[in-house]
Design a protein around this ligand. Sequence first.
Ligand SMILES: C[S@@+](CC[C@H](N)C(=O)[O-])C[C@H]1O[C@@H](n2cnc3c(N)ncnc32)[C@H](O)[C@@H]1O
Length: 208
Amino acid sequence: MGFYESRILPWLIDGVCSVGQVMKRRSLVIPQARGTVLEVGIGSGINLSMYDPARVTLVYGLDPSPGMKRKAAGNLAKAPVPVTWLGQSGETVPLGDNSIDTVVLTFTLCTIPDWYQALTEMHRVLRPDGTLLFLEHGHAPDKQVSRWQNLLTPGWKKVAGGCHLNRPIDAYLREAGFTINDMDTGYMPKTPRWAGFIYSGGATKALR
Ligand SMILES: C[S@@+](CC[C@H](N)C(=O)[O-])C[C@H]1O[C@@H](n2cnc3c(N)ncnc32)[C@H](O)[C@@H]1O
């Protein structure tokens, strides 16, 4: 991993992902988490302050990036709930089957290289009565916007840590065996439309 990925990108991502309108959307999702939580691609730990200690017993924060772990140190120290850091990729989750009450996925499915394998792992560890909470950006329904997303993604991936602008989040969740129970979609204001189409909601595991 080069200097840019380990020393600059974690600070850039943290800044962009913690602006006011994004924090507001996070605050609608994260307090719903309960029990034992797995946050995949926890990054700099922006969500940590929003977990409700009356509902959450432990957060496994999984992220393969040492740079992100460094950037997360402050949020980890202030977390209102216990956190165990797992320095691994979402494609191989080191937790048992049916061991997790809530999987949290915020602005991460865009980046995970093998999204299907990672979602399969989330499906495996989630309890049958558990919930996957998601807040992601991705494929926009407007043809003109999605054309730009497809055009920009190859270059964007190189500067944004592997982030794809054009992933159809709802279709990916369904393909990996989740049932989406509630979902809001829409463009974030004050954000270029090619980067700002948001999918937010909750899914459960359709039994295989
Ligand atoms: C845009 S950041 C989002 C961080 C955090 N989820 C948030 O909401 O602020 C994407 C995160 O995905 C992580 N990531 C990259 N590849 C991954 C993988 N294979 N499995 C899990 N996380 C991964 C990156 O290290 C980074 O922290």
